[in-house]
Design a protein around this ligand. Structure first.
Ligand SMILES: *[C@@H]1O[C@H](CO)[C@@H](O)[C@H](O)[C@H]1NC(C)=O
Ligand SMILES: *[C@@H]1O[C@H](CO)[C@@H](O)[C@H](O)[C@H]1NC(C)=O
Length: 188
């Protein structure tokens, strides 16, 4: 009796774990449906050209001068950058990143960024909003705080990594990891 109860509890535990085992296996595919949790994973490339798509609005008050990788503490920056499907700026533009960042570390390397990313993908149109800390030379994760259109209620994160910091146009790879909560997909 004690043994069969033990086996019963084990079986229940395994059944409860199965959905997690299944979802943790899912990545690097475009599109998933796992027990009602829809997700989308893809990458785009953001191109920022100083004095063309990104501008310093207010120069900060302390720390290093403006360079390719640093800005004075408190510097306010605004941007409207195209996002393309490959690192080549001539490739198809499928997104626009609009936002601001404020230099938040005294060494001039980190900032707090907020952005609205408008996406025009096959089958998914709308925008997501992100907020978080960015490092000027290292990868950084930004939580997705929500979305509009086909991205209504979306959660997840985007990882931003510098690809090319030389020259007038800097390029970042943006990896999107988006998840729809069950209540967002129940009507679609
Ligand atoms: C951008 O414009 C500002 C203000 O006109 C200027 O001081 C700065 O040198 C320019 N930066 C580049 C990289 O052209
Ligand atoms: C970028 O794409 C254009 C147009 O397709 C092409 O002519 C150019 O060689 C590409 N540049 C690089 C660095 O691949």
């Amino acid at each position: 009796m004690a043994l069969s109860l033990h086996n019963y509890v084990l079986a229940i535990l395994l059944l409860a774990l199965l959905p997690f085992l299944a979802t943790s296996n899912s990545h690097h595919h475009h599109h998933h449906h796992h027990h009602g949790l829809k997700s989308l994973h893809f990458s785009l490339f953001q191109h920022e050209t100083i004095n063309k798509t990104g501008y310093i609005i207010v120069t900060g008050v302390a720390g290093p001068p403006v360079s390719q990788t640093t800005v004075p503490f408190g510097t306010l920056f605004a941007f409207e950058d195209p996002m393309t499907v490959t690192a080549n700026i001539s490739s198809k533009t499928v997104g626009i990143a609009e936002g601001t960042s404020i230099a938040s570390s005294l060494d001039g390397l980190r900032s707090i960024s907020i952005a609205k990313i408008t996406l025009n993908l096959k089958g998914h149109k709308g925008s997501i909003s992100i907020v978080g800390g960015t490092h000027n030379t290292k990868p950084a994760d930004h939580p997705v705080v929500g979305g509009t259109g086909d991205f209504l209620f979306v959660q997840g994160y985007v990882t931003s990594s510098p690809v090319d910091l030389q020259g007038q146009t800097v390029v970042y790879k943006i990896e999107f990891h988006l998840y729809w909560p069950p209540y967002a997909t129940s009507t679609s």
